[in-house]
Every structure is written in structure tokens, then in C-alpha cells.
Design a protein around this ligand. Sequence first.
Ligand code: MN
Length: 291
Amino acid sequence: MSTDNRSVKHVFIPPDPHMVGDGFRVHSFFPGNPVMDKKRMSPFYLMDYNAKIDFSASDHQRGVGVHPHRGFETVTIAYHGRIAHHDSAGNSGVIGEGDVQWMTAASGLLHKEYHEESFSRDGGLFQMVQLWVNLPAKDKMGTPKYQEIANSSITRVPVEGGSIEIIAGEYQGAKGPASTFTPMDVMNLRLQAGSTLQLDLPATWNTGLLVVEGSVKVNGIDAPLDHFVLMDNDGSRFTVTATEDTLVLLLSGEPIDEPIAQYGPFLMNKWEELEVAIRDVSTGKFGVLED
Ligand code: MN
């Protein structure tokens, strides 16, 4: 094996799910995973995966009520179902199948996330991913920002036996629509059964794959539905082979080599900054948002 090959570090089964509010039933792959350091997937700090679930029809809009964030970005990728969002910076929107919401909390805002009204009323299949993407210290206290990325604006690159949908980053010169603070790739790999994709990503970039539909082999190692594959940083090239028609979320990024201090919805560098965040919420500095 050439030294440029990147090996599979570990294939994670989905951890036991828990509810976030009453609207999201998530498998929290990281942080909190005992075999992964908190910075192991940096710049991606957190990945909550709502595997497919059927929500019953409801008059009540399930979700998470008003809560703050500071110091990072929340990225929500909808695979099935529709989610609405409001924040104290005045942004709101609805994302549905294939859409992405990229919210830069930065210095802080309040927001709420819940099932969109007609989806709540009718019920149905729900599947999504939420990532917390860390910000470098110099950008943690920047102005909040909101990018709503419609499915139609996601860059599609045909490959043999499928296509790559670039949300952020670059594949063979094609660029995704999301603007990011540090270099990273966030991409959906859609492959038909039997096809193989070779990827080549900088060895220093932390890299993982979430199997959202179907199943794959990564370098010949089985990765079933809803599993997360953590790649080693021992090389750059690896292969993904679809054993069924598949959809895989690829995350890869340049690590942010800075200290981490996290408390609840705040992700900073020092404990003192967490104390400031808690104080700033209680004194109204994160703005106002009605429940
Ligand atoms: Mn949130």
C-alpha cells in the first residue's frame, strides 16, 4: 500500500438516540464519543443525526424552543421532512428535502427550530443532520450570519455511477455555495450500487462519512446504513464503493488547532468566555425572540 492511502480508523454504529426538544430524535455521534477526542473531527465539533423516523400528524409543531448559541455555526441538512427556523437576528426560513441551512451564530443569537406547519399537520418521514462547525477564535465574536442553501443551488458534479453534491468546498474545481470561515468540504455522495468513487483529500484534514441511504464499503470495509466512518489521517486517498444505491454525507476539514471550552450551546476557547456568554444571555445581549 502506498503511503498516500488513507485508512479507515473506525466504523461507528449509531449511538442510542435521544430527543432534542420533542422534534428531533438524534444519534449524537460526537462529541461525547469515548473513543474520539473532542477535536478529532475539528472543525466539526458536533454531529447529531436524526435517522429516518415517521412522525405522526400533529396539531402541535414539534421542535426546540428558544435557545442561544455563541462561538460557532449550526448547519442543518434536511434529507426528509420540513423544518422552520426563526432567530433574533431577524432571519427565518423553512428548509425541506435536500435544502441546507447554514447559520453562523458567532457573537450570539437566540433561535428556535421546529417542524414546519404543514409537515406537522400531515406528519411523515423525517431525516436530517445537524452539525456544529467551530469558528476560529478571531471569528467567534463576529456578526451573526444566515445562509439558506436551496437544493437547486447546490453544485452537482457528475461522476461515474452517480454524482457529488457540493454544499461547501470544492471537487475537481467545482465549488459549493456555502461560504465558510475555514477550509472544509461538506458533500453528499450519491452512488449507484456497484460504483466506486476515489476521493483524495489532504491527509491533515479530519474526514468522516455518514451513510444516509443504502450502504457502502470504504476501502473494502463495510459501512452499513446510519453508520459513521471515521477516517485516519495517515494519507489522502480512499475509495467509497456503493453496495446498494447510496447517499453518503462526506465531512472533511482543516482542523482548528485552538483550545476548546464548551458549555451547553456555547463553544468558546476559555472558561471565562463561557461565563461571559451566560451573563450576556441573562442581560439580554443575545436579543429577543418570542417562544
Ligand atoms: Mn440550535
